[in-house]
Design a protein around this ligand. Structure first.
Ligand code: MSP
Length: 505
């Protein structure tokens, strides 16, 4: 099997309703997957992390069994992803048999290989982050990651010999300085490694809701959860499929869980004889007034309401355009409205509307034939290759800025060449060349922006009357001049109607 592009998101705790922060990582993965899919086999995995104390507590508070609770909430998460036009290839739930059996198999394997031992865990535990903490790591007696209260635990647990992997981890980090991005997170992980690693407790005796271990207790929820990335793709079951996908090209995570994915995860993979992923990218947080947006802080935006208000395409665009991927960025409805109105309604939506209306006025809505070599075409010949490279390198903001150079060039072509004057003066060749450039440029934009705004760009594609598929390989579809003369356009409703927040509230 040909090696595929495999991209993953964290699997989400279903301790409550999803918020826009959860949609964020999944949207980014979707943009990567849609871009990769145009030219190579691709697999995009997301899902839900259903075991552990945090989910069990949420279920108990709602008066439900954990399984009932999860079964009720999963459709909300799937609905969220559908609302945001996310086309995942698989959605794994950690309560599914295909996952549970393989996690148990991993545990057996670790036992057989002597990578685990029984010991006593005495220390602190943060239920919110499902993390064990030594006293020395607490900050003012609280969880160093989320600042919440921790609980004292004293139990007999299985331990994974994480400390034995420290040297190999250090060597891996040194030999692959790009495997953890951004650099700030790489450096943070290097300093954790420099301090030294403790063995990791990987079972819980006093927790019921989890994958059972023969002899008692359940598997620690993080060990269970991390394994989703390989259980979903046929590890220990379908070798050909597994090796066509593993190691993953891109694993996206929020920065608060970078340590699990760049220290524990590779060690665990090595312990069972598998390779570490090629890239773990730890992105920043969507913040509100400087704090991470989260359900429990009560500052989480309802993603369903947001999609209705602005349109999923505009939110997707905003999330990728607002800040360099990796950094935190503050979120507000004003900022989304601003981006929507300036970039999408003014720059792009108006470009389409003006072009189609000139075309219908001067050429009965049909794309004319251009008799001259296009300057715009020549200038942007390298654009598709660079946008693709920028996206796959997770430089989304730069990619959108590059695409916007074409948007700007086309708007400028209208202002400078003034098709209405060309029409009035009967300068047919120049008029046709200009209209052709505009239509061809818009066709390019629909293709280039399709991974970011799939539904809106499909609508643009329809209005342009373009035949064929919008998601073909760019090397064949993005050839300037491919748009056939006489293509009949069909103008429709405005792509991005302006939003007036004051009038709505
Ligand atoms: N279940 C674990 C992950 C296990 S992966 C093997 C977990 N789940 S979570 O529900 O808390 O969500 C984690 C992910 O949601 C974060 O890593 C991040 O990708 C995303 N985000 C949650 N809140 C976010 C923001 N406010 N901003 C950006 N991303 C956010 O941790």
């Amino acid at each position: 099997m040909q090696r595929a592009y495999y991209v993953t998101t964290p699997i989400y705790y279903i301790s409550g309703e999803p918020h826009i922060g959860h949609a964020y990582t999944t949207i980014v993965a979707d943009v990567l997957a849609r871009t990769a899919r145009t030219f190579r086999p691709t697999f995009f995995l997301t899902g839900t992390d259903e075991h552990g104390q945090k989910v069990a507590n949420a279920a108990a508070a709602a008066g439900k069994t954990p399984q009932e609770w999860c079964d009720e909430l999963v459709p909300r998460w799937k609905a969220l992803f559908a609302e945001y036009e996310i086309a995942y290839d698989d959605f794994i739930r950690t309560t599914e048999a295909r996952h549970v059996e393989k996690v148990q198999r991993v545990f057996e394997l670790l036992r057989e290989r002597g990578d685990v031992y029984l010991g006593k865990y005495e220390g602190w535990y943060c239920v919110y982050d499902e993390t064990f903490w030594l006293e020395s790591k607490l900050v003012d007696g609280r969880c160093p990651t989320c600042g919440r209260e921790v609980q004292w635990i004293s139990e007999d647990d299985w331990f994974f010999r994480l400390s034995a992997y420290r040297d190999r981890l250090l060597e891996h980090f040194e030999r692959h300085p790009e495997w953890v991005r951004p650099r700030s997170i790489y450096n943070e992980m290097m300093s954790i490694l420099a301090e030294g690693l403790d063995d990791l407790s990987i079972s819980r005796t006093n927790v019921q809701w989890g994958i059972p271990i023969a002899g008692g207790g359940v598997i620690y929820v993080w060990l269970d959860a991390l394994l989703n990335y390989i259980t979903a793709i046929g590890w220990s079951q379908d070798d050909a499929r597994f090796h066509a996908l593993w190691p993953a090209q891109t694993q996206l995570v929020g920065k608060e869980i970078a340590r699990f994915h760049t220290i524990i995860w590779p060690a665990l993979l090595w312990a069972i004889g598998e390779a570490a992923p090629e890239l773990v990218f730890a992105h920043g947080w969507i913040t509100i007034d400087g704090a991470k947006m989260s359900k429990s802080l009560g500052n989480a935006a309802d993603p369903f309401a947001l999609a209705r208000r602005f349109g999923p395409g505009s939110i997707r665009y905003f999330l990728l355009r607002e800040a360099p991927f990796g950094s935190d960025f503050s979120y507000s409805e004003e900022k989304i409205a601003q981006r929507h109105n300036s970039d999408l309604a003014n720059d792009l939506g108006n470009l389409l509307r003006r072009t189609l209306s000139m075309l219908s006025r001067y050429r009965d809505g049909c794309v004319p034939q251009s008799m001259v070599e296009s300057e715009v075409g020549a200038r942007f010949a390298q654009l598709p290759a660079s946008v693709r490279a920028q996206i796959l390198d997770l430089r989304f903001r730069e990619a959108l800025e590059s695409v916007w150079e074409l948007v700007t060039a086309l708007n400028r072509a209208i202002d400078e060449r003034k098709p209405w004057v060309l029409y009035k003066e009967g300068r047919t060749d120049e008029l046709d060349a200009t209209l052709y450039d505009l239509c061809e440029g818009l066709r390019w934009l629909a293709i280039l922006l399709h991974p970011v705004m799939p539904e809106r760009m499909s609508e643009m594609w329809r209005q342009l009357g373009s035949p064929g598929r919008i998601d073909e390989d760019w090397t064949s579809s993005l050839v300037w001049g491919k748009l056939a003369p006489n293509t009949q356009t069909s103008p429709g409703a405005s792509l991005f109607p302006k939003i007036d927040l004051a009038a709505q509230s």
